[in-house]
Design a protein around this ligand. Structure first.
Ligand code: GLC
Length: 553
């Protein structure tokens, strides 16, 4: 085995919304197990399950009340064991989500802390006296409103970066660290291949909970700068890595490290720390060739410097679906298809969020159906994340669409009848078949090199495969080579904007003579440094207007 995660494609399963086996309208572990053959056929290497632990559901499972069990709505530990076994039988890896930044307010530690102010468990959280008749400091919650809630009994406040039902743990307490090591062992013993670490960059808060008054104006996370990227994290993750390395089978960690600077992120994936960190840079990038190229270069340079693979993410359960972000409708669909070929050709590890392979759009739900705490805590100012969490349409029959025999917990739009798995399977023009073909042909270990290409386009090779994406240029001639895959099934010898192709390359030069007689040359750009000439003189990065994720962190 050789560090399987370095070139893997991991498929994110939002457990509530993938497949329901018992008709209650909510996805579950048995449902997932029944769909493993689909994932095998799709061609991914493994799955990441969002939290399925006992939870009151204030943040749909990211508020855990027991870290070592399964919520009855999702099944039992025996169902979990069967799912792991089933995945492994099919050669699929399985990683689980661990939520160490906060517990549920119904976790026994927090219940003890509230019931008895003298209880030792109170020290596991941040209870602090108020200041000037208000909270201890001015930090705000990622979900809106203050990050502090008053404990009516004592008048103290407790800290929660997310909902009040998600009190933050104090990671300076050794007991917290020890308990989580036991949690990791519990799931490692059950055979998981690794963990996705929720909010991995924010576990330690500077002990004085200092407020930041600089920089001015404050950035979206400006309040919390003394609680992000604290030096203690590295020692913690080294310890976790050592623990996981005592198990056979190459167990892996991927951290949700939401920081802007790739060099800072790279410090978390040094050889003795986490194996992977999500890279949300492309996810928040606009459809702009120069920006995409700069992001790819910055990522590869920073991660390459510590010997870690780059990761690529276009969608997850916290952000608006990609076709919608890219303009929706026909344009969004064309761009999402081109982005699929880009994603699967890039070197490193790719994450695919359930339904991304179907090209699903964000669903505009009526307010009365919304469930995300973001919607409620911001009084509707931010719609929240329900629109990307609508269950998967497997078959063509509404209302359950093969997801459930009951009523789906969020309604599946009737118009999705044309984009179900059944409707797309076998149709060579479908998004599903594009993903299947891309996953089958995807380069793995082959070296990456940019090729020169016209402005507005991206071209690079992975060994004998040439990927060309026309992001925002006028139509360009296709270079020579055998066409392996095209994002536009009707594509002939030109590549219009918003399309991508994979071709085989032969030799160091590929030339194409277009019908007009003009010849386009696609020279290797391998003599360049890892950063492109355009980025050698680095322009200031455009800042995305969006927070780095819709969860606000
Ligand atoms: C992460 C999760 C998000 C969750 C938040 C709090 O950002 O991806 O879904 O709401 O953490 O746990």
């Amino acid at each position: 085995m050789s560090e399987w995660w370095r070139s893997a494609v991991l498929y994110q399963i939002y457990v509530r919304s993938f497949a329901d086996s018992d008709g209650d309208g909510v996805g579950d572990l048995r449902g997932i197990r029944s769909r493993l053959p689909y994932l095998r056929e799709l061609g991914v290497d493994g799955i990441w399950l969002t939290p399925f632990y006992p939870s009151p559901g204030a943040d749909h499972g990211y508020d855990v009340s027991d870290y070592v069990d399964v919520h009855p709505q999702f099944g039992t530990l025996a169902d979990f064991d069967a799912l792991v076994a089933g995945a492994h039988e099919l050669g699929l890896r399985l990683i689980v989500d661990i939520v160490p930044n906060h517990t549920s307010n119904e976790h026994r530690w927090f219940r003890n802390a509230i019931a008895d102010p003298a209880h030792a468990d109170r020290a596991r959280y941040f209870f602090r006296p108020g200041r000037d008749g208000g909270p201890p400091n001015g930090w705000t919650s990622a979900f809106g409103g203050p990050a502090w809630t008053r404990d009516e009994r004592t008048g103290d406040y407790y800290l929660h970066f997310f909902a009040p039902e998600q009190p933050d743990l104090d990671w300076h307490q050794q007991s917290v660290r020890r308990e989580f090591e036991d949690v990791l062992r519990f799931w490692l013993d059950r055979g998981v291949d690794g963990f996705r670490i929720d909010v991995a960059h924010a576990l330690f808060k500077a002990q004085d909970l200092r407020e930041m008054h600089e920089p001015v104006p404050r950035t979206w996370d400006g309040d919390w700068l003394t609680a992000l990227d604290q030096p203690e994290l590295h020692d913690l993750y080294r310890g976790w890595r050592q623990l996981a390395d005592t198990y056979p089978g190459e167990r892996m960690f991927v951290g949700e490290i939401v920081l802007r600077n790739q060099e800072t992120i790279a410090r978390y994936v040094r050889p003795d720390e986490l194996q992977l960190a999500f890279n949300f840079a492309l996810l928040h990038e606009t459809w702009d060739a120069t920006a995409i190229r700069e992001t790819i270069d910055a990522t590869r340079t920073a991660l390459g410097a510590v010997g870690a693979p780059s990761t690529w993410v276009f969608e997850n359960h916290d952000v608006t679906r990609l076709p919608t972000r890219y303009g929706g409708g026909a344009q969004g669909a064309r761009r999402a298809r081109a982005a699929a070929l880009l994603l699967l050709a890039l070197p490193g590890t790719a994450f695919v969020y359930e339904g991304q392979e179907l090209g699903l759009e964000e669903v505009d739900l009526p307010d009365e159906l919304r469930q995300d705490p973001i919607f409620f805590r911001t009084k509707g100012e931010r719609p929240g994340r329900d629109g990307c969490r609508v269950p998967i349409p497997w078959e063509n029959e509404p209302p359950g669409f093969g997801f459930t025999t009951g009523t789906p917990w969020l309604p599946i739009p009737e118009e999705w009848a044309t984009v179900t798995v059944v409707a797309q399977a076998g149709d060579p023009a479908s998004m599903l078949e594009l993903y299947r073909a891309g996953l089958a042909l995807r380069p793995r270990e082959e070296p990456f090199a940019w090729r020169e290409s016209p402005p507005g386009t991206l071209a690079f090779t992975r060994g004998g495969l040439l990927c060309v994406v026309n992001v925002d240029a006028a139509a360009i001639p296709l270079p020579a080579g055998e066409l392996l895959l095209a994002s536009d099934p009707d594509l002939r010898d030109i590549l219009p904007r918003d399309t991508a192709v994979w071709l085989t390359t032969k030799g160091e030069r590929c030339e194409h003579r277009s019908e007009s007689g003009r010849s386009a040359t696609w020279r290797p750009a391998s003599t360049r440094p890892a950063t492109s000439p355009s980025s050698a003189v680095r322009r200031p990065r455009r800042r995305s207007a969006l927070p780095l994720s819709d969860s606000g962190i």
